[in-house]
Structure formats: C-alpha cells, structure tokens
Design a protein around this ligand. Structure first.
Ligand SMILES: [Zn+2]
Ligand SMILES: [Zn+2]
Length: 122
C-alpha cells in the first residue's frame, strides 16, 4: 500500500492506495466511460503518456479547491482544463488536477513533482 504526501509540507494527501495498471484507452470511442470514475476508490495508476499519478475523483481528501480565477471551470463540475485545481489543504501548494465533469473520464491527476509517494508495506 502507498500514501501520497505534499512535497512542500509533508501533509498526507491520500488514504492508503493500491497500485493498479492504467486502464487502456478503448480502440473505438464509445463514450461509455464518460461521467464515471476511471479508477476504483483506494487505487492509483500511472498514466503511461503523462507520467501523472492518477486517482479516483474522491481519492485526494487532503486537498482543497484552488481559488485562482477559472480554476474551477466546468459545465457541472470542475474539468481541470484551466490548470491545476486542487491544492494541499495544509500549505496551499498546487498538487493535482480534478477532472470530474459530465463529459470526462473522472479522475484526479497528481503532479509528480509536487508530491512524494511512500511505500507503507503490503
Ligand atoms: Zn457537465
Ligand atoms: Zn502542503
């Protein structure tokens, strides 16, 4: 099991997580994964294209919403297209981007340089 902490202040950002393979992109676009979490709660996966640590959309309870202009944009929930929209709840550092709008595969993409991943044992 792993936990993710803020690289700036050391605050815990996640509950214990189990690593799983990143779900492959479907060969044919059907839209059936839109509006749903890409990963199960309690798991994380590394996006092979971006290197981002990817979590369930509720997977980072140690974060809070970014208050910068436009960061919470989206049609019914934050879409994360205007920059990182989650900050460390303790020190305010930008740590992740929540994509949770109706037309997205819903997830939290953690910024690799902004966090540390800790092995907690099996
Ligand atoms: Zn929407
Ligand atoms: Zn912090």
């Amino acid at each position: 099991m792993f936990v993710i902490t803020c690289a700036s202040c050391g605050e815990l950002l996640t509950d214990e997580l189990r690593q799983v393979p990143f779900p492959p992109t479907p060969k044919k676009f059907t839209g059936e994964r839109l509006g749903l979490p890409l990963l199960q709660e309690g798991t994380y996966a590394i996006n092979p294209e971006t290197g981002a640590l990817t979590l369930h959309p509720d997977g980072a309870p140690g974060t809070g919403p970014h208050t910068g202009p436009g960061r919470q944009n989206g049609c019914c929930a934050p879409d994360g297209l205007d920059g990182p929209n989650l900050v460390c709840a303790d020190c305010g550092a930008e740590v992740a981007t929540l994509k949770s709008d109706c037309w997205q595969e819903q997830l939290v993409a953690v910024i690799p340089e902004a966090v540390e991943v800790h092995w907690m044992g099996p």
